[in-house]
Ligand binder design. Structure first.
Ligand code: C2E
Ligand code: MG
Ligand code: MG
Ligand code: MG
Length: 283
């Protein structure tokens, strides 16, 4: 009705706002049901060592296919899950499934280094999270030395002191910690030094312009140099081309992940990939 009355009518805005909130409500209620209706599945993307050309890790990425709404990006539904209080349940589900899969690969004799799981800011801020991780490792049998957690800078901002205590507990269990999307947040260099972390993942927005964009080449090199100065490994995400890989190798980056090596794959496909694994030709 608002549309018939013309676009300059305030009713148009009312309707479009209503449409938006209806769509948002549909998304929310679909997300509420996603766990029970088996609408989630995981995909896995290998991380390659620049030193050996071998798979040294596998990142777990969550996929949501709703029967009516189709595929929704985790960039949309993870923040939504945080807003509506679902992230703890979803996060626990992802961690459990990822650890089960890692343990299955172990039992099949396949080497994958560490299985990495993304941790949302809100998960990290709960004191019970460390115990939850320990419990899942125990239930699934995955050794802590086969697990990596990817946290974001924003995850550490709210209460850096508290979060760094949690992170230290992970470290003492033998779990590795990476800062994901590094360079897009606000980590101050002074507390980066104090955090018990092992790796920086250069955000893909900086990798995208390599090797031609002069800002991105400077940023990538600076992150690598700083990471190494702090004794951290540096991983580049979103590597899509040989030229990017060559630049990163020449800049002494440690590891890479991206479509150039492999797209995220279903567990079964990644099992085949790991079974067939030969060291990648690096340059
Ligand atoms: P992220 O952790 O930084 O993951 C990397 C994203 O880059 C993934 O997008 C991956 O599919 C994509 N990617 C990998 N290689 C390339 C490449 O060569 N080029 C390009 N253009 N993209 C590449 P995805 O799967 O859509 O995930 C987006 C973000 O959603 C993730 O970013 C992560 O922050 C979040 N996310 C995904 N799964 C989970 C999860 O289980 N838990 C939490 N808390 N967050 C998740
Ligand atoms: Mg990640
Ligand atoms: Mg990332
Ligand atoms: Mg990212």
């Amino acid at each position: 009705r608002a549309k018939r009355e013309g676009r300059n009518n305030y009713a148009f805005y009312t309707e479009s706002l209503t449409e938006k909130s209806v769509a948002n409500l549909k998304l929310q209620s679909a997300l509420h049901n996603a766990l029970e209706t088996d609408a989630f599945h995981l995909v896995f993307q290998p991380k390659i060592s620049f030193k050996t050309g071998k798979v040294i890790g596998v990142e777990t990425l969550l996929r949501w296919d709703d029967p009516l709404l189709g595929r929704i990006s985790p960039m949309v539904f993870i923040p939504l899950a945080e807003n509506i209080g679902l992230i703890q349940d979803i996060g626990r589900w992802v961690l459990k499934k990822a650890c089960e899969q890692g343990q299955r690969w172990h039992q099949q004799g396949l080497e994958f280094g560490r299985i990495a799981v993304n941790v949302a800011s809100q998960q990290l801020q709960r004191s019970s999270f460390v115990d939850e991780v320990a419990e899942i490792l125990q239930q699934t049998g995955l050794p802590a030395s086969s697990l990596e957690l990817e946290v974001t800078e924003s995850g550490m901002l709210s209460d850096p002191l508290l979060v760094s205590q949690y992170l230290a507990r992970f470290g003492s269990m033998g779990i590795e910690l990476s800062i994901d999307d590094f360079g897009t947040g606000y980590s101050s260099l002074s507390y980066l030094k104090k955090l018990p972390i092992h790796k920086l993942k250069i955000d893909q927005s900086f990798v995208a312009g390599l090797p031609f964009d002069t800002h991105n080449t400077a940023i990538a090199k600076a992150i690598i140099a700083m990471g190494h100065a702090l004794n951290l490994k540096v991983v580049a995400e979103g590597v899509e081309t040989q030229e990017q890989a060559d630049f990163l190798i020449a800049s002494d980056c440690d590891e890479a992940q991206g479509y150039f090596y492999s797209r995220p794959k279903l567990a079964k496909e990644l099992t085949d990939y790991l079974s067939a694994e030969k060291p990648k030709q690096l340059s």
